[in-house]
Design a protein around this ligand. Sequence first.
Ligand code: ZN
Length: 150
Amino acid sequence: MSYLQDLYQEIILDHNKRPRNCGKLDCATCQANGYNPLCGDKITIYLRLEGDRVQECTFEGNGCAISTASASLMTEIIKGKTIDEVKELFERFHDLVTGQEELDELKTGLGKLQALAGVREFPMRVKCATLAWHTLNAALRSEETPVSTE
Ligand code: ZN
């Protein structure tokens, strides 16, 4: 498989061209900024939590196709999920893109996220694919511990 076939599948192209949930969320309860210096991707994640459930998630960003598509896919899949479910998804997604687990084993439950599995062949691109998730984690941490010196 070529680089393009592997990475720029239809789903990724589509989400890069027409990102879902893109824009500032005025009623956000937490947010965080992320930056991937290896590629220059920048992203802001906005979250609105009710209890431990994600009611809404949007993003603003300026990055490559992989980082934009990954953020777009992420905002779709985490909506309505609990924080614990989101954390579990991130672990499985991380395993998917870093090649820690067999692809088939992970396919169930990750839905469209598996479109990003191709980045496992390109270590530089893993950072692009996980940037939105790391930023989401930071937003969740800021919610859990509003005051932090770190
Ligand atoms: Zn990138």
